[in-house]
Write a protein that binds this ligand. Structure first.
Ligand code: BGC
Length: 529
């Protein structure tokens, strides 16, 4: 069984690193796309997360998070970048909201920093200054007619919970997450009508507990050399705890808040698409399995109350089990399905065939030469590996979700890319991001097609509003519609921001002004207003 598990996880090398997202290849025909191809009340927004943009890591009573600690360990993040300052959104949020508005967006997805609200994890007091910060964001959005779409937990958590009991490795984390979620419902639920409990439980399990590139940095050979961890088992345990934490928070919301507050609640899972690398039956089955082991790993339990049978068959008792009570709790524990879709990946069978990891895997239509390999220590990527454009994949994952989980509304909670920057990483090249426009136009066309074919998709969020702290990549990859100068933190709209403004009927002139018209002092005084 050990070998099988290893082989199973093998294709998560592929999944994880290719899905460190991007876009590449121009093989698909560009399609015309207009706002009127989508329903009037369709949500169009951008997405961010607290640690990636806020900065102000130790201001106004904020506690220490797992990412505060991890990013300060030398060698963990490219260039030893940290999120200490990030984009200083904490002080510049008004300017950022102005830009969202100028682009004509009617929604904004952001996350709440757990340590701003509960600096010491479960113990200690609620930090009112943290509550005030998010109240101001929510109120400012609503004033502009922008619907807040709030993620309760997006990767950053109190370090104290890691230290005390290993955070998601322990079932105690379920109760502590519910405690935090309850505060969010109480404080913000009168105005927040869309909740995401946890972001990408499937991806974070792999990044943090399979490959060890996110805190707490756990892994075991051959997946990496970490100080602690078990790459075969820990990802399964943490997802189990996150599923139950999600379901318990949803139960609480449904019993005490939903009727009164009138919101909806779901989760956002990594939802890349998979295709077989070759025509062999093994590879075809591998592609089907990859989708089940990645996407349905999250959504089967939340809709049907248990893991997919294919996972149980291969993983046996290594896969944790739900008690009957737990099955009842998790079954139907969501109002909608959230999909973070970036790319479509080739899948090669590793259960019945040998996998060398040497040049076997290629993103579809991307590379025809070796792009990925692992040696005993790490997996490396070539410089252009962050750009895979396969627009039909979005329609396909929507169809998969529609068929496997009928009657569930869908939100595309993230879609975006970090195109190669060309020679020299010049600012003009970054601003002139025609590849990103190409990517979004085509993915939107694919989404429109899914809608025409009966997909009940209610919204689409671009990752990301602005260039930001891209986890282990630091500031070296740029997913933003707005460019952020790393020295001055001045924002400037890229061509893609202008494209969205004209697609959505926003205000192009205002966009140019808004992305730099408020300086830090002005923002702070507005904040205190
Ligand atoms: C995550 C974001 C991340 C983005 C680009 C998503 O999986 O939710 O936090 O920045 O991918 O890598």
């Amino acid at each position: 069984m050990g070998t099988k598990i290893l082989q199973f996880w093998s294709y998560f090398f592929l999944i994880l690193f290719l899905s460190s997202h991007g876009c590449f290849s121009q093989n698909e025909e560009e399609e015309g796309i207009k706002r009127s191809d989508f329903p009037k009340h369709f949500l169009f927004g951008t997405a961010t997360s607290s640690y990636q943009i806020e900065g102000a890591y130790n201001e106004d009573g904020k506690g220490v998070s797992n990412w505060d600690v991890f990013s300060h360990i030398p060698g963990k993040i490219k260039n030893n970048d940290t999120g200490d300052v990030a984009n200083n959104h904490y002080h510049r949020f008004l300017e950022d909201i102005e830009s969202i508005h100028s682009m004509g967006m009617n929604s904004y997805r952001f996350s709440i920093s757990w340590t701003r609200i509960l600096p010491e994890g479960r113990f200690g007091k609620v930090n009112r200054r943290g509550i005030t910060f998010y109240n101001k964001i929510i109120d400012s959005l609503l004033l502009k007619g922008i619907e807040p779409f709030v993620t309760i937990h997006h990767f950053d958590l109190p370090f104290e919970l890691d230290q005390r009991y290993g955070s998601w490795m322990s079932s105690q984390m379920q109760e502590d997450f519910v405690y935090f979620a309850k505060i969010c419902f109480e404080e913000f639920g009168d105005r927040v009508k869309h909740w995401i409990t946890i972001n990408e439980i499937n991806q974070i399990a792999k990044a943090a507990y399979l490959n060890g590139v996110s805190p707490p940095g756990h892994c075991s050979p051959p997946f990496g050399k970490c100080l602690a961890g078990n790459s075969d088992i820990e990802p399964l345990i943490v997802v189990h705890n996150m599923l139950l934490a999600h379901a318990k928070a949803v139960n609480l919301y449904r019993i005490y808040f939903q009727e009164k507050q009138g919101g909806s609640i779901g989760i956002a899972a990594g939802g890349n698409m998979y295709e077989p690398l070759t025509d062999s039956e093994f590879d075809k089955h591998a592609a089907e399995r990859a989708l089940i082991f990645d996407f349905s790993w999250v959504y089967d339990p939340l809709v049907y109350g248990d893991y997919p049978k294919e996972m149980r068959e291969i993983l046996g008792n290594q896969l944790p089990s739900f008690s009957d009570i737990e099955k009842n709790t998790i079954k139907e524990s969501l109002d909608y399905i959230g999909i973070n879709h970036y790319a479509t990946l080739y899948t090669k069978d590793c259960l019945h065939s040998t996998c060398s990891f040497e040049g076997s895997y290629h993103p579809i239509q991307g590379f025809l030469e070796t792009t990925w390999y692992r040696d005993d220590i790490s997996i490396r990527e070539t410089s252009e590996a962050a750009f895979v454009v396969v627009p039909r994949g979005l329609e396909e994952i929507i169809n998969y979700a529609k068929e496997r989980y009928p009657n569930k509304p869908i939100f595309i909670t993230e879609n975006g890319c970090s195109p190669p920057l060309g020679n020299g990483n010049k600012v003009e090249d970054i601003l002139n991001d025609t590849k990103r426009i190409y990517y979004h136009k085509n993915y939107l066309a694919s989404l429109a097609k899914a809608l025409r074919n009966g997909g009940d998709v209610r919204g689409y969020f671009v990752w990301s509003l602005m260039d930001n702290f891209e986890w282990a990549n630091g500031y070296t990859t740029r997913y933003g519609l707005l460019y952020v100068d790393r020295h001055t933190l001045k924002r400037r709209p890229k061509l893609s921001a202008q494209w969205f403004a004209s697609f959505l009927g926003g205000n192009l002139q205002q966009l140019d002004k808004s992305s730099s018209f408020l300086n830090t002092n002005a923002s702070s005084s507005l904040m205190d207003a």
